[in-house]
Structures are given as structure tokens and as C-alpha cells.
Design a protein around this ligand. Structure first.
Ligand code: UT7
Length: 326
């Protein structure tokens, strides 16, 4: 039988500092009510300390994962990190995390695909599992607070920081059943970090223009997100003849409560089947789906049919049909 990528262990590292809506009211012209009603976010955790990158949280999550799964560093064959807020442009954050936790016999690299990143990374890991790898660690982590402008009310209420590490092993019965991932470059005009790359290298001027921060045309992204996330999730159900009763839970990317609700309702799911923790963590980019898997892991039962669904920068989006197997 074909092997599937199965998450056999999952751990998270969440920074202690809680940035509340009321603190944001002191930074920009906003209100707790506006943020709750328009996004569903109540608070988010951010990594405050200078000089700490996302590898700090990533390494912490990997150490917990090795301990909870009884895995030795020598057994790990690959470590892949998904992030759009790497410690540095290079070397890869995967490399830095491996060094911090003492993984020496593995190779790996970073993937960067914004909010759909977990879905794209899981598909990548699945290909390695099908090619014969037996123990891969996937870390999804973002320190989005480091690229967020806390004077811009359009973006600063949205984002949070976290890292999640997963041990992924082959399984015949459970794990990734199918994925349907998409990209459309039209999205590059609506959600981006303009400067700091090769097109606009960092200069005093790019910094003065605040071009190293996240820019988002929220209304446009919202319109694309709300239809594409629902379409791709419904299409995945139809492809596998899954009714709403067959789906145990939708675990959506946590960007906006209204997008999540629209997706769940198009799938015909009761609210109780839509797993939401946006109120606690905000939008943690490609980390939000694994963060929710970790957050709700006590609710999930072996064999549960899950639909994981995301939309984000690129545009890039997709849906995964996954059978929970821990
Ligand atoms: O995760 C990757 C993909 N990203 C997404 O899926 C995000 C998609 N977009 C969204 O979630 C929403 O568009 C936002 C939450 C970002 C914004 O919500 P919105 O309902 O689309 O608001 P808007 O940008 O259309 O702004 C409505 C009004 C504006 O005022 P006027 O022009 O109507 O007077 C904004 O200036 O709300 C104002 N506004 C705010 N007011 C208070 C914008 N931000 C704030 C704020 N506090 N923080």
C-alpha cells in the first residue's frame, strides 16, 4: 500500500507576551470592538525580546517534540521549516534550528509560502515519505511581529507569533489522504513585504518608507479568500464523496472569523465542527493550522476525517483531506 505522511507527534512554542486589543488601542486609532467584530481576534502572543528570531521558538518546539515522542536526534533524517519570517535570509532557519537542538545527521531547508505554507509543506513532506524517508520533522513558525508596523491599524491587530514542530512518519492507514493546492500570481499586488529582497534591497530610504513591513489590501484579499477557501474545501469533499457528517472537523487557516465561518457553512458544517482559536493567537500565517491541530489535539480522535484549508499571499491556497492518526 502507498505510504502516507502521518503526524505522530506535535508540540508548540508560544511566546509569553500577550498583546491585547486594549494595548493596541494605546498604539493606533482602533478599538477592541472593531478588532473583535471584523476579525475575531482578542489577543495574540508576540516574541518581544530583541535578538531572538523564529528559530528560538522553533528549537523550543523541536526539543519538546523529541522528548514527547522519545525520538533521538540521530534518528531524524530531515528537518524542514516553513516560515516567511526566517531568522535571516540565509542560512536557512531549518539549518539554525537543527544546530540549536543538536540534529547532525539530517538535511533540510526552508519553505516560504505565507498562510498556505503548512498545506504546501505537508505535500512536500508527503513526497519524501513516499520516496522512503521514515522520520521527518516539519517546523512551522512565524515571528510576524518583527515585520508588522505597530503604527498601521490596518495590519497591526492581525498578526501573532508561534512555532509548531511535528514528527512525520509513514503510515498505510492514516495521514495525508489528498491535497489540492493552487497559486495565482495576481495576489502579489495585494499582500507582500516590499523591501529587503533582491528587487528592493534594504536602504535607509526603504526603511524610512516602512517597506520592510507587511502590506495588505485587506478588502481585496478578503474577497479572494472567502470564495477560494470555500470552493477548494467543498471540491475536496466532493472528490472523496464526503458528506458533512463524514467530516469530523474543518481546521482552517485563522486569518478572519468571517472567512472561516463562510468556509464552514459552504461545507454544510455545524459550528461545533469548525475549530477556531483565532481569538487567542491571531493570524500566525502558515503556522495557524498546525497551531490549531496542537491546540485541539485532545478533541481529535484516531481516524477522524479532517479538512485543512488555507488562503494567503501569492495568492496561494489549498485544501487537504487528512485522517488524524495519533
Ligand atoms: O492570512 C492571509 C490572508 N489574509 C486574509 O485572509 C485577510 C483578509 N482580510 C481581512 O481579514 C479584512 O479585510 C481585514 C480584517 C484586514 C479588514 O477588515 P475589513 O472589514 O475588510 O475592513 P476594511 O479594510 O474595509 O476597513 C473598513 C473600515 C475603514 O474605514 P472607512 O474607510 O470605512 O472609514 C478602515 O479605515 O475600517 C477602518 N479600519 C479600522 N478601524 C478601526 C481598518 N482597520 C481598523 C482598525 N480599527 N484596526
Amino acid at each position: 500500500m502507498t505510504k502516507k505522511a502521518l503526524i505522530t507527534g506535535i508540540e508548540a512554542s508560544i511566546p509569553d507576551y500577550v498583546l491585547t486589543n486594549s494595548e493596541l488601542e494605546t498604539l493606533v486609532d482602533t478599538s477592541d470592538q472593531w478588532i473583535r467584530e471584523r476579525t475575531g481576534i482578542v489577543e495574540r502572543h508576540i516574541l518581544k525580546q530583541d535578538g531572538l528570531g523564529i528559530s528560538e521558538l522553533g528549537a523550543d518546539a523541536v526539543r519538546k517534540l523529541l522528548a514527547s515522542t522519545g525520538t533521538s536526534v540521530d534518528e531524524v533524517e530531515m528537518l524542514i521549516c516553513h516560515t516567511i519570517s526566517p531568522d535571516m535570509a540565509f542560512p536557512s532557519t531549518a539549518n539554525i534550528i537543527s544546530d540549536k537542538v543538536g540534529i547532525k545527521n539530517a538535511w533540510g531547508y526552508d519553505i516560504g509560502s505565507g498562510c498556505s505554507g503548512f498545506l504546501f509543506s505537508l505535500a512536500t513532506v508527503d513526497a519524501f515519505i513516499k520516496a522512503g524517508k521514515k522520520k521527518i520533522i516539519l517546523v512551522c513558525g512565524e515571528r510576524l511581529s518583527g515585520i508588522t508596523d505597530y503604527t498601521d491599524r490596518n495590519t497591526c491587530p492581525l498578526f501573532g507569533d508561534a512555532a509548531v514542530a511535528m514528527l512525520i512518519e509513514p503510515s498505510e492507514e492514516f495521514g495525508l489522504v489528498d491535497y489540492d493546492n493552487h497559486v495565482d500570481g495576481i495576489g502579489r499586488h495585494y499582500l507582500y513585504q516590499k523591501a529587503g529582497g533582491s528587487m528592493y534591497p534594504a536602504t535607509a530610504e526603504t526603511v524610512a518608507r516602512k517597506e520592510h513591513f507587511i502590506y495588505q489590501d485587506g478588502k481585496t484579499v478578503f474577497k479572494y479568500a472567502v470564495s477560494n477557501m470555500a470552493d477548494v474545501s467543498v471540491a475536496m469533499m466532493e472528490k472523496h464523496n464526503l458528506t458533512a457528517d463524514d467530516v469530523a472537523y474543518l481546521i482552517p487557516h485563522q486569518a478572519n472569523l468571517r472567512i472561516i465561518a463562510a468556509t464552514g457553512h459552504r461545507m454544510g458544517l455545524d459550528d461545533s465542527k469548525i475549530l477556531i482559536d483565532i481569538e487567542k493567537y491571531g493570524n500566525t500565517g502558515g503556522t495557524s493550522i498546525p497551531l490549531a491541530l496542537w491546540d485541539f489535539k485532545d478533541k481529535l480522535k484516531k481516524g477522524d476525517n479532517l479538512i485543512l484549508s488555507a488562503f494567503g499571499s501569492g495568492f496561494a491556497w489549498g485544501a487537504v483531506y487528512y485522517k488524524w492518526g495519533i
